[in-house]
Design a protein around this ligand. Structure first.
Ligand SMILES: CC(C)(COP(=O)(O)OP(=O)(O)OC[C@H]1O[C@@H](n2cnc3c(N)ncnc32)[C@H](O)[C@@H]1OP(=O)(O)O)[C@@H](O)C(=O)NCCC(=O)NCCS
Length: 227
């Protein structure tokens, strides 16, 4: 085995045995998601262009992780930080509610989108809210792999581990797919396309649903999550 094979093997094992992220991980994971989503088609449409995009994304992801996702305990990462996923458990609102909370977020969205694209950001988030399922579910808010490690199986390994845990709860899962390159991956894990929910003029954002797995079909003790 070459040292590249060794490295890949170590990273796959770490992704298949993830740990729960805590608030001390938020900055590192915000950088990971920023790198992963820098050229994502949907972010490319809503986020400002040019050198300030990365800083806007990083601030957005830091807020999302620190305030909205990590506190609910379903953000999982490989110990080496190569891959992470932010799930929101059932009954957690998919977006921040209330006028004042939304007002507080305006500066962050201004930094992310820039003034000319603020209306795009708002149209996208309104479309996501309007189409969000009412049935109880786990919501795959984000999953990201460091760009140089993509295509090596890390995203699959982490999806597999976290879905095994979700299957033990007997609850469905939902995501919005922002890149057609990912469709086959999600379909392999049982997500089914529902519809394109993106606003007019935007790249596709495909709502995908994965029904609850009958408990009898779930291998007991299959979850390999460490906490
Ligand atoms: C999507 C993502 C999490 C998949 O993780 P990964 O470790 O790269 O993917 P894996 O090696 O486990 O699986 C490969 C599958 O991922 C998909 N894929 C998406 N982007 C890819 C990329 N840059 N390189 C290779 N595969 C990619 C393909 O569907 C591929 O399936 P195929 O083998 O049938 O073509 C990762 O590529 C990523 O972070 N992409 C950028 C951010 C993103 O799109 N996140 C999801 C938003 S909905």
């Amino acid at each position: 085995m070459t040292s590249d094979d060794d490295d890949r093997h170590r990273r796959l094992v770490a992704a298949a045995n993830p740990r729960r992220a805590n608030s001390a991980d938020a900055a590192q994971l915000a950088r990971l998601f920023t790198a992963a989503f820098l050229n994502d088609p949907v972010f490319d449409w809503i986020a400002r262009r040019g050198p300030r995009r990365a800083a806007g994304l990083e601030r957005f992801f830091f807020w999302l992780l620190q305030m909205r996702a990590i506190p609910y305990g379903e953000v999982w990462m490989s110990a080496d930080g190569g891959v992470a996923t932010a799930w929101l458990p059932p009954d957690v609102p998919a977006s921040p509610g209330g006028f004042w909370e939304q007002m507080r977020l305006v500066p962050m969205f201004w930094r992310l989108c820039g003034i000319p694209r603020l209306t795009r950001g708002s149209a996208m988030s309104e479309a996501m809210d309007r189409n969000h399922p009412h049935e109880r579910h786990y919501y795959l808010s984000f999953i990201g792999v460091a760009p140089r490690l993509q295509g090596l199986g890390l995203g699959s390994a982490l999806l597999d581990a976290t879905l095994a845990r979700i299957d033990e709860t007997g609850v469905p899962a939902y995501l919005e797919n922002s890149n057609p390159k990912n469709t086959r991956l999600y379909e392999r894990y049982g997500f089914v396309r529902r519809k394109n929910i993106s606003p007019p003029g935007a790249p596709p954002l495909i709502a995908m649903w994965r029904g609850a797995r009958p408990r009898a079909l779930v291998f007991q003790g299959s979850s390999s999550l460490s906490q």
